[in-house]
Design a protein around this ligand. Structure first.
Ligand code: PMP
Length: 312
């Protein structure tokens, strides 16, 4: 994946050059994964010469909820976080699609994983340029991972907690090592949860189905977007538990997330999904999604995207 860093980031309450944003080897978050992060995309629109940031409010709302689950705080409220993000976009004048990484972390040098001692996190934000994380114009191959998703009572998946991503790393590594593009992770009870870092949808007999919020998933912003679009497009939709073998016989399967966007699956554990091509409903949602995020859809872009005009 080719990326490029932008010059400025937000670190220690100020905008500074990214090279100067350094932390100590003793940082608590580095030792224990005591951090919470976000991932937000900005899409460059050549015509308007602006960046469209997708669902900024929703992303920071989830970010703040993740902190609440950990029982920790940061110096910034929702509006300030949004303002910092817009300000950073202006400072970096990004003329490519980009990805924002807000990060709140235990910045102290405490040797203990005790969050009661480390209950005030530092906040930072940086940007990179980012194209497709997984292919979006051709199908991908997925495997059902032998790893299980962390459960809500172990490390809550609905909070985007840094340390929890070892679970994603293991599943993704297993998939890549075995010649697949992505992993599907099951819950402890063997039902489907989600992909390593994306939510999962399938189409079965004309019905769009995704797993429930209580299925140890991260409650994705893209997932929420797709559910809304399906309702508006009158695509029959169900939010319910999914068995592993239902995936093998699904007509369509796709993953969605900020990084992944919408990426369709043509094969799971060597079983071809549908006819191996992009399905009708996937196609309908994918085409609309990419118009919306780039600010090209009158109906949705204006309320889901934050436009930041760049200098000519
Ligand atoms: N699940 C996991 C584990 C993820 O890391 C992501 C990516 N943030 C998602 C789902 C999709 O969430 P979103 O659409 O908010 O990016």
């Amino acid at each position: 994946m080719k990326t490029k860093n932008f010059s400025y980031c937000f670190f220690n309450n100020q905008f500074i050059e990214i090279e100067k944003a350094k932390i100590s080897i003793m940082t608590n978050a580095l030792q224990y994964g005591t951090g919470v992060f976000g991932g937000i995309r900005g899409y460059f629109n050549k015509k308007t010469h602006s960046i469209f940031i997708f669902r900024l409010t929703d992303h920071y709302q989830r970010f703040l909820k993740s902190l609440k689950i950990l029982g920790v705080s940061i110096d910034y409220q929702l509006d300030e976080l949004k303002k910092i993000t817009v300000e950073l976009t202006k400072k970096n004048q990004s003329k490519t699609d980009c990805y924002y990484r807000p990060f709140a972390y235990a910045g102290s040098n405490s040797i203990s994983p005790n969050l009661a001692e480390n209950n005030h996190f530092d906040f930072s934000l940086y940007m990179i340029s980012l194209g497709d994380y997984l292919p979006t114009n051709k199908g991908i191959k997925a495997m059902i991972s032998t790893w299980r998703r962390v459960s809500d009572n172990s490390i809550p998946a609905r909070a985007k907690i840094s340390g929890a991503y070892i679970n994603s790393s293991l599943a993704k590594k297993e998939a890549i090592d075995n010649g697949y593009d992505e992993a599907i992770v099951l819950k402890e009870n063997g039902e489907v949860s989600e992909a390593s870092a994306a939510n999962l949808f399938m189409v079965k007999d004309g019905v769009l189905v995704t797993t429930e919020k209580a299925d140890d998933i991260l409650e994705g912003i893209t997932r929420k977007t797709i559910i809304q679009l399906a309702k508006d497009l009158k695509i029959p939709f169900e939010e319910r538990r999914i068995d592993k073998t239902e995936l093998y016989t699904a007509d369509e399967v796709f993953f969605c997330g900020t990084g992944v966007q919408i990426s369709w699956v043509y094969q799971i554990d060597k079983r071809v999904i549908g006819d191996g091509n992009r399905g009708r409903i996937t196609g309908q949602l994918q085409d609309l999604f990419f118009k919306i995020v780039r600010g090209e859809d009158k109906k949705y872009s204006s309320f889901w995207c934050t436009e930041v005009k760049l200098k000519k």
